[in-house]
Design a binder for this molecule. Structure first.
Ligand code: ADP
Ligand code: MG
Length: 260
């Protein structure tokens, strides 16, 4: 018998609106991401890329629309109509455990070792035993090539190493979806490659990823889809080879021209 079941999308965003005061920052953004898909988001500064990522885990409450992660609504209780009811914090935090997010600033705990940073949330948020968390944490550090640094403190590491620890820390929670917000933008140029290599490996292993980046080579070579945002909208979305060789929207054309 033919299997007619389709996999649940990793992420569905429907008509998402978000403003800061009078400033409309997201203007009805819709986006669907499939399991294991790698989507890069590019676009000018101020176009709403970071806000979009932060709405996905409801770090920033959105004003209208829906966000559904692995089939589950996040942010507001479903079917509460026009009087939307914010989810209880407990329920929100349960959903957030499945979403890893890494920022430009790595924000490691300076008083904890590398391994200490990686096991903190699995113990205190996931409720893993210390032994389990250490075993899993070491695996993740190995994956980002930093097991040898497990007992070092963040201040003893380069920026690139700290960012790889931040990625390991997010992975240690066993997320189903990873969000990256310009994670290489604060790094010295010679350290960018090692972080991108880590992300590339993660993509090849089948992690579902949304990556906001200025690294066009990464977008072109690693992602399944490139999304171009401008002024609170997705104005173009397509396969990277098509997008980079033949962008259709004037805004994306102008953006790509400026890069060359
Ligand atoms: P991008 O990541 O594409 O550079 P952002 O999502 O950071 O864009 O910002 C989009 C718009 O929202 C900008 O106009 C920015 O000034 C505004 N904005 C972002 N965060 C805040 C905030 N916390 N408070 C007020 N305005 C904000
Ligand atoms: Mg940003």
């Amino acid at each position: 018998m033919k299997d007619v079941s389709s996999p649940v999308p990793a992420l569905v965003i429907r008509r998402l609106w978000k403003s800061y005061g009078q400033n409309d920052v997201l203007k009805g953004v819709s986006l669907q991401v499939e399991p294991q898909e790698v989507v890069t988001i590019i676009g000018p500064s101020g176009s709403g890329k970071s806000t979009l990522l932060q709405c996905i885990n409801f770090m920033e409450p959105f004003d209208d629309g829906e966000v559904i992660v692995n089939g589950k609504h996040i942010g507001y209780l479903p079917n509460t109509g026009s009087t939307r009811v914010r989810m209880p914090e407990k329920q929100l935090n349960l959903l957030r455990r499945d979403i890893g997010i890494v920022f430009q600033q790595y924000n490691l705990f300076p008083h904890l070792t590398v391994l200490g940073n990686v096991i903190e949330a699995p113990i205190h948020v996931r409720g893993l035993s210390r032994e389990e968390a250490i075993a899993r944490g070491r695996q993740q550090l190995d994956k980002v090539g930093l097991l040898v640094k497990q007992n070092a403190y963040p201040s003893e590491l380069s920026g690139g190493q700290q960012q790889r620890v931040a990625i390991a820390r997010a992975l240690a929670m066993s997320p189903q979806l990873m969000l990256f917000d310009e994670v290489t933008s604060a790094l010295d140029p010679e350290l960018v490659g090692e972080v991108l290599a880590t992300m590339r490996t993660l993509a090849q292993e089948g992690m579902t990823m949304i990556v906001v980046t200025h690294e066009m080579a990464f977008a072109r070579d690693v992602s399944d889809r490139v999304i171009f945002m401008d002024d609170g909208n997705i104005v173009e979305s397509g396969r990277p080879d098509v997008f980079f060789s033949n962008p259709t929207h004037d805004r994306s054309k102008a953006f790509l021209r400026r890069l060359n």
